[in-house]
Write a protein that binds this ligand. Structure first.
Ligand SMILES: Cc1cc2nc3c(=O)[nH]c(=O)nc-3n(C[C@H](O)[C@H](O)[C@H](O)COP(=O)(O)OP(=O)(O)OC[C@H]3O[C@@H](n4cnc5c(N)ncnc54)[C@H](O)[C@@H]3O)c2cc1C
Length: 310
């Protein structure tokens, strides 16, 4: 029986783990990987204490800090959470079940797919959702980046080191931060197609070209590329909570300012929740809050128990 099981080891989950352990709670952290989305990005320039740090390096520091404390770490995927009386049963994909008095869900988000012909067929054969991970595979070849937000522009900067040409295709005008948009002007190998959509990814064994449509007049044309980086947003990893906890239409877990969900004892933190901004420093802060509030919850129940026993 754990006091708290934390699901997910991104910035939110790992911070929750440290705070829970420091409160003396018997804690476990279960996650598919350690680092979450931050592992997919190269340079972080807005996490306080570091003017600039590589994403994976920052997460290595988080993980090292988790390891300083006594708690169980398990690399696994959680398949379901059940409420059994006043406890929770957490079931992993390998069929193991664990009991906890509280749970903190910090499962973050995953990249959204384009849903066009060729996307699945050429996944890992030219189609990628992570420029930091796969950028070096596209040296001296033309690539496309799909999207117009911060992630898409960061992919452009990543790929600028490797690719021979970068074609940026966005359904709308660019929606990224002004500081990032300004930096695009220095990239001579970049061509922008705003208010265009990618309608098909084509090739034989590997990606060879994309079909693009101009929204205004439906004019179609093809661009020869060997890589397609899809950076069109993220969906929360919350499907496994269906029927248990209240979520929004987008699948984000509804929480209050104390990271409480509608289920007593079930807390949530970070990008998987309704907090308005999705950033590392915010996810980490929310993780801290969730752990402190889980501790408060346990404390209150303990005192209730004592009163009943008296
Ligand atoms: C390309 C990119 C660049 C970014 N750049 C910046 C930046 O410069 N600055 C900034 O502040 N933010 C940046 N962000 C946003 C930042 O990465 C997120 O806000 C932050 O990672 C959210 O942390 P989290 O812990 O909530 O979720 P995540 O980082 O998504 O972590 C969730 C964890 O849960 C695990 N998990 C999911 N489902 C399950 C399950 N069922 N069972 C077990 N484990 C599960 C995942 O494997 C993962 O380890 C960037 C994001 C992207 C994608």
């Amino acid at each position: 029986m754990y006091d708290v099981i934390i699901i997910g080891a991104g910035p939110a989950g790992m911070t929750a783990a440290v705070f829970a352990a420091r409160k003396g709670l018997k804690a476990a952290i279960f996650s598919k990987d350690f680092g979450g989305q931050v592992n997919w990005t190269s340079d972080i320039e807005n996490y306080m204490g570091f003017t600039e740090i590589n994403g994976r390096a920052l997460m290595d520091r988080f993980q090292a800090q988790v390891k300083e404390h006594q708690l169980e770490e398990k690399q696994t995927e959680v398949r379901s959470i059940r409420r059994d009386g006043e406890f929770f049963t957490v079931e992993t994909v390998d069929g193991e079940e664990y009991l906890a008095r509280t749970v903190i869900v910090a499962v973050g988000k995953r990249p959204r797919t384009l849903n066009v012909t060729g996307e699945n067929e050429f996944r890992n054969k030219g189609v990628s959702y992570c420029s930091t991970c796969d950028g070096p595979l596209f040296r001296n070849v033309p690539v496309a980046v799909v999207g117009g937000g911060n992630s898409a522009l960061k992919a452009v900067f990543d790929l600028n080191i490797y690719a021979s040409e970068i074609h940026l295709i966005s359904l709308t005008e660019l929606t990224a931060d002004a500081v990032l948009i300004k930096r695009l002007s220095g990239i001579s190998k970049l061509k922008q197609y705003l208010k265009h959509s990618v309608v098909e990814i084509k090739g034989s064994k590997l990606v060879e070209r994309i079909a693009v449509e101009r929204l205004e007049d439906k004019n179609r044309f093809e661009i020869p590329v060997q890589g397609v980086f899809i950076e069109i947003g993220l969906d929360p990893n919350t499907e496994f909570l269906e029927g248990l906890v209240e979520k929004t239409e987008k699948g984000e877990i509804k929480i209050d300012c104390e990271c409480k969900t509608n289920i007593p004892g079930l807390f949530a933190a970070g990008d998987a929740t309704t907090i308005p901004e999705k950033q590392i420093i915010i996810a980490a802060g929310e993780g801290a809050k969730a752990a402190i509030n889980a501790w408060e919850y346990l404390l209150q129940r303990e005192s209730l128990k004592t009163l009943v026993n008296v």
